[in-house]
Design a protein around this ligand. Structure first.
Ligand code: IPE
Ligand code: IPE
Ligand code: MG
Length: 259
């Protein structure tokens, strides 16, 4: 069932621990270059950090973790690197799915999967099926994903589903067709590697997400670094369009009611 928690239609409940963390895992290439290693060594190390991140989310009770693994623009990279990234993806699925299944993690892959080879698509499908009954942590890998692709595919899907209301569609009509309609919107977005941009990640879903950028390269992004990002999130005042005074009044009346 879809969970609708649209930040533009309803103010989401305040939370100390983010319900959903979305990450652009950037900086693998530079990490390898600094060590005079081939770029792929950075990607290999990057996969290890994914494991740590999953563990950290399980320990902290974070319900949703979404990782940008390959963007729709990453096909522009040298073909050798693209091939190696695909091989790594296959290997990670072969090696990790059973462990995810045992640990209560539900795996999903979002993106335009049609461009992947059949072996990879089959592994994705099997991984999703094998973990479909789990609900401790929803782990979503964005692969050949682009925020614009997502909005467009949702619009096309809605056009098919409700052609009679063309011209009168609402946000609520579109949301169930988006790739992440099963999840609340991200509370916290993290980008490692120093760049301060979205790079066509979750454009619709990040409307009110707290953004955290760190120069730390992804292979160096330890659990301690993750905790810093969460601590930064906990300092933010999330107003969702309201004034700071409104939030203070709300907190005061909440306390009065609790007494
Ligand atoms: C992110 O690291 C991983 C992918 C895009 C697959 P990069 O490969 O972009 O690393 P840098 O940015 O070149 O350091
Ligand atoms: C974004 O990283 C995509 C992933 C991490 C998968 P890039 O390294 O490809 O982003 P740009 O090109 O620097 O914006
Ligand atoms: Mg990069």
């Amino acid at each position: 069932m879809a969970i609708f928690s649209s930040s533009t239609r309803q103010v989401p409940a305040a939370v100390a621990v983010p319900r959903h963390v979305a990450v652009i895992m950037d900086g693998n290439g530079r990490w390898a270059k600094k060590r005079l290693l081939p770029r792929v060594a950075g990607h290999v190390k990057g996969v290890e950090l994914v494991r740590e991140m999953v563990r950290a989310c399980l320990e902290r009770g974070i319900g949703h973790l979404t990782l940008f693994a390959f963007s729709s623009e990453n096909w522009r990279r040298p073909p050798e690197e693209v091939t190696l990234l695909m091989q790594l993806f296959v290997k990670a699925l072969e090696q990790e799915v059973d462990k995810l299944a045992r640990n209560g993690v539900r795996l999903r892959v979002i993106g335009d999967l049609a461009r992947f080879d059949p072996r990879l698509r089959e592994l994705i499908q099997r991984g999703e099926e094998k973990t479909a009954g789990n609900d401790r942590l929803a782990l979503t890998i964005a692969a050949n994903y682009g925020g614009r692709w997502d909005i467009l595919q949702a619009a096309n899907s809605l056009a098919k589903a409700a052609p009679e209301r063309l011209g009168a569609w609402t946000e609520a009509d579109l949301e169930p067709h988006l790739a992440m309609s099963f999840a609340p919107e991200p509370d916290l977005f993290i980008r490692t590697g120093g760049e301060e941009r979205i790079s066509n990640f979750l454009l619709w879903q990040l409307a009110y997400t707290e953004l955290y950028f760190t120069p730390t390269l992804w292979p160096d992004f330890t659990t301690a670094e993750f905790d810093k990002a969460i601590a930064s999130f906990q300092q933010r005042e999330r107003r969702f369009g309201r004034t700071s005074e409104q939030l203070t009044e709300k907190a005061a009346s909440g306390e009065a009611a609790a007494r």
